[in-house]
Design a protein. Structure first.
Lengths: 267, 234, 420
């Protein structure tokens, strides 16, 4: 067994167990993508088989049919308590990407989740966010408290101390927890391979294209690729020039970019 | 005449993402030789005046640099509309806000999502303004900075850029059959620095007629546009 | 043979040359010679700086440090004859207190940089005081900028003498102080030709000689914290426990404190597999015979080396914003996975880290954003340890309305509950 992946796993499982212990009503978000599937699997491991809280799928109704099939199959096999979050009202009023991509995402994803949280009174959400996807260092926190509008006050927040997280009692709606923050895209694929996790077929190349992430059908664009197995995807990532690399290299690039943008007069 | 001024549009991406509407009858790269830096304002001002404006526009005051119509090829048209065109009708407030968030990102106060949210918002505004004017004037110039703004922070993320190029291609599709002469041009291209995007030394251009250009400089379009204006419009 | 790794923190007053020293250490040790140096050169060329100089390396470092980023360069270990050193932090002043008290990694040793030109300044004292509080006992001093005082022995001796007084007052004895010039490279790796009067070690030699690698948590007594208890097959329970130090093996008797419950560890589980042992950092499931209702927060150990059930302890606390502390206040602390109520028995002093003096003796209140020494009375037994012995169980946070309001480390155990 790969000891590096073991290290990653250890930290993630410890965090997930803390969430169950510290919060009354947690839930985990699942998009059926590789990152959230790995996260849900980690939850299964943390609790020795059955996840003791709900698994939420945000359904915009514009997802690929393969996603719905995959979702229903896995939910059954893994014995989840699956909750589907949908903004029925907005959909009835004809919300679609045609009304503006941003507006559509806000209404069908963010609002759907907000409503569900309010309704079910979830106080912690586990999300499959990785550090290497996001440039901002401040977001590199395992725990991130949100108020009702999903806002987070950067300035007021004390440093993350030694995994001793205290739940605020003011201005607090829910805590966002990111147990795979320290994993890279490559790590996730290697883990998927090692644990033999189910993978949505959309990730594999068909007709010279494959999806690198599974958004909604109208707005997700595939990338050119011939990788049609996990091994090929892993190889593609290792040899590709596109980023999604370890955070360190990114910091150097960020510093360079900052200098360059300054010299061009942007900042 | 319609000019789509698409900041940072890069030929490699246009080809990679199969943007059939951006790749008109004739398309290729432009050369930035003669320019020391690839500054957006300088390049668009040079496009408009037909002259290399680099020495005349200091970095500190570049964003608010303002050309008069008589200094540009616009003087060859009786009526024209230029939306958000740098050095001419640039939406100062919108872009200042964008630059503020960009700075905030590097100070770790702003997320990529927040920045992109503003970029898309301003983009939608430009689209609205542009399509409102379509068909109403002899010359319509629409400037869109989507590829540049999103690219600076995420050029290395293929799927994000695919969405951006897809969007720009859709705009090109909508203007496709509506005009006599359509020019799509960018000031410079982009190259990846990890996940980020730096300006590159070649811009993109495409025309819906074959003029047989060969690695033109951005200042060359002045005469081309003048010629067409004088011969065909008035 | 495994070469030991040492984590260093570089401290000192602003502009005394910390970054320069780091750059010099990496450059002279050729730690960044290969690819990384090339990368920096490429970056610099692209932004217009043609010739690569050591100074540009520093610009690059400084630039990134200002932005507060963790830089690739700083994570690169540099080698000496004996060890692999990694500089884990070089905190800027504003962040220092918070960063040092809340740092994720413990430094094994510190390098204090003092400028021979400017002499001892506020942050020199402040940083030294703080690392002492953190239990970093290994320290080497670099008296820097010798090139700016003409390499004069008198400057070195004067600074050395003053420093000795301060260090001694903090309890540091026999500390090596090396005259160097990080900018020019004197006495860092290479012996200086400009200081004939100095017959001692170079900085790297002093580090090699004075610093010993830390005790691996593997060799410390067993300590684990109970995270939770889940139902398990056949009406049983599995205890989710995180190992903080030592090694846990099955078929041994274990005890949970402060409740005192004991049992025999039957199996160590990880989902799908049974483990032979559990090491520090691992979160595992324990099947223990003859033990019921173990609660979250308890500390696991073997019966032969158990944590004390502490009644009162002296702690160094740092208060974050919008919290004040008064004698008699009831607070809730969190350490490990436990949440316990305590009372502020006495505010011993408010400390001014700049002057190393007690700013106020027995003040009535500790205001926000201050550091103080307090005596806390545990209203129920707690299994805290001295921070310098067991950092994982020697640090705690104090709960407030907005989350964590203060953080503290245990300096001394005052009273403990003794079995009747």
């Amino acid at each position: 067994m790969n000891t590096y992946l073991q290290e990653l796993e250890k930290r993630s499982i410890a965090i997930i167990r803390e969430v169950k212990a510290q919060f009354k009503n947690p839930a985990v978000l699942w998009s059926t993508g590789k990152d959230s599937t790995a996260t849900v699997w980690l939850c299964k491991k943390a609790f020795f088989g059955k996840i003791p809280f709900p698994v939420i799928h945000i359904d915009t109704s514009y997802k690929f049919p393969e996603i719905y099939q995959f979702r229903d199959k896995i939910a059954k096999e893994w014995d989840f308590n699956l909750i589907i979050a949908k903004n029925e009202k907005a959909l009835k009023n004809g919300m679609s990407p045609k009304k503006g991509r941003l507006e559509c995402c806000t209404q069908l994803k963010t609002e759907a989740l907000k409503n569900l949280i309010k309704e079910q009174k979830f106080d912690a959400l586990i999300l499959a966010i990785r550090r290497d996807e996001h440039g901002i260092r401040a977001k590199e926190r395992y725990y991130s408290p949100r108020d009702e509008n999903f806002r987070w006050n950067y300035k007021d927040q004390p440093a993350e101390l030694w995994d001793l997280y205290v739940k605020p009692s003011e201005d607090f709606s829910h805590m966002r927890v990111h147990p795979i923050l320290h994993w890279t895209e490559l790590d996730v694929w290697e883990y998927v391979k090692q644990e033999n996790l189910p993978v949505n077929p959309l990730y594999f190349a068909k007709n010279g294209k494959r999806y690198r992430s599974l958004g909604c059908m109208p707005c997700t664009v595939p990338i050119p690729s011939t990788a049609s197995t996990i091994d090929e995807i892993i190889h593609e990532i290792k040899t590709s020039k596109t980023p999604e690399r370890a955070g360190r290299a990114q910091d150097k690039e960020k510093a360079y970019m900052m200098q360059k943008l300054r010299s061009l007069g942007y900042m | 005449m319609i000019i789509l001024a698409l900041d940072a549009l890069d030929i490699h991406c246009v080809q990679k993402f199969h943007c059939k509407n951006l790749m008109q009858k004739e398309y290729g790269q432009t050369s930035l030789k003669g320019f020391n830096q690839e500054r957006t304002i300088v390049l668009w001002a040079s496009f408009l005046t037909g002259k290399n404006m680099e020495k005349e526009i200091p970095i500190k005051t570049q964003w608010t640099f303002q050309l008069q119509p008589e200094q540009t090829f616009l003087k060859f048209f009786q009526k024209y509309k230029a939306i958000d065109l740098p050095s001419f009708s640039y939406k100062q407030q919108n872009h200042e806000e964008e630059r503020k968030l960009l700075k905030g990102y590097f100070e770790d106060k702003v997320t990529v999502e927040e920045y992109e949210s503003l970029i898309w918002k301003n983009h939608e505004e430009n689209k609205k303004d542009f399509f409102k004017e379509l068909g109403k004037t002899p010359l319509l110039i629409g400037y869109f900075n989507l590829a540049d703004a999103i690219g600076h922070l995420s050029f290395g993320l293929t799927e994000k850029m695919a969405i951006v190029y897809n969007e720009l291609d859709k705009i090109a599709e909508e203007v496709k059959n509506s005009e006599d002469f359509i020019l799509i041009v960018s000031d410079h291209g982009m190259k990846a620095v990890g996940r980020y995007g730096d300006h590159s030394r070649n811009g993109f251009y495409s025309l819906n007629r074959a003029l047989g250009l060969n690695l033109p400089e951005i200042t060359s379009f002045y005469n081309i546009i003048r010629g067409i204006a004088e011969n065909e419009y008035f | 043979m495994n070469i030991s790794r040492i984590n260093l923190v570089v401290i000192g007053h602003k502009d005394h040359g910390k970054s320069t020293l780091i750059g010099r250490l990496l450059y002279d040790s050729k730690a960044i010679q290969e690819k990384k140096l090339e990368d920096i050169k490429t970056e610099l060329k692209q932004t217009g700086k043609r010739k690569f100089k050591f100074a540009f390396l520093l610009d690059s470092l400084e630039e990134e440090r200002k932005g507060g980023l963790t830089i690739d360069i700083m994570q690169t270990p540099f080698k000496s004859q004996k060890y692999f050193y990694t500089i884990i932090d070089c905190p800027g002043h504003k962040e220092f207190i918070k960063k040092m008290l809340t740092g994720a990694s413990q430094a094994d040793a510190a390098v204090l940089v003092v400028s021979a030109k400017e002499g001892i300044q506020d942050q020199t004292r402040q940083h030294t005081f703080l690392i002492k509080t953190l239990g970093i006992r290994q320290l080497v001093v670099a008296i820097n900028k010798m090139d700016m005082v003409n390499y004069k022995e008198s400057s070195y001796q004067e600074t050395r003498h003053q420093l000795k007084l301060i260090l001694q007052s903090l309890g540091y004895r026999d500390i090596s102080m090396i005259p160097i010039s990080a900018m020019k490279g004197d006495n860092v790796y290479k012996k200086s030709k400009k200081m004939e009067w100095y017959k001692g070690h170079t900085l790297i030699e002093a580090l090699d000689e004075k610093i010993a690698p830390p005790l691996l948590p593997l060799n410390k007594p067993l300590r684990g914290v109970v995270q939770d208890v889940y139902p398990y097959e056949g009406n049983r329970q599995v205890i989710a426990c995180k190992i903080e130090s030592g090694v846990l093996k099955p078929k041994k008797n274990v005890v949970f404190n402060p409740s005192g419950k004991t049992g025999r560890l039957e199996k160590i589980l990880s989902f799908g597999t049974i483990m032979e042992k559990a090491e520090p950092g691992e979160s595992v499931g324990l099947l223990i015979n003859d033990v019921d209702d173990v609660e979250r927060g308890e500390v696991l150990s073997y019966t032969d080396n158990q944590p004390m059930k502490v009644k009162s302890f002296i702690a160094e606390v740092i208060l974050f914003s919008s919290i004040q502390m008064r004698e008699g206040d009831n607070i809730t602390i969190r350490y490990g996975t436990a949440e316990k109520k305590c009372r502020v028995r006495k505010i011993i002093s408010e400390i001014d880290p700049v002057n190393l003096t007690v700013r106020a003796e027995s003040p009535k209140v500790l205001k926000d954003e201050t550091v103080g020494e307090v005596e806390l009375l545990a209203l129920e037994p707690v299994c805290l340890e001295k921070y310098s012995d067991f950092p994982e169980l020697g640090r705690f946070v104090i709960e407030g309305k907005k989350g964590t309001a203060a953080a503290g480390i245990v300096l001394e155990i005052a009273e403990s509950f003794v079995e009747a």
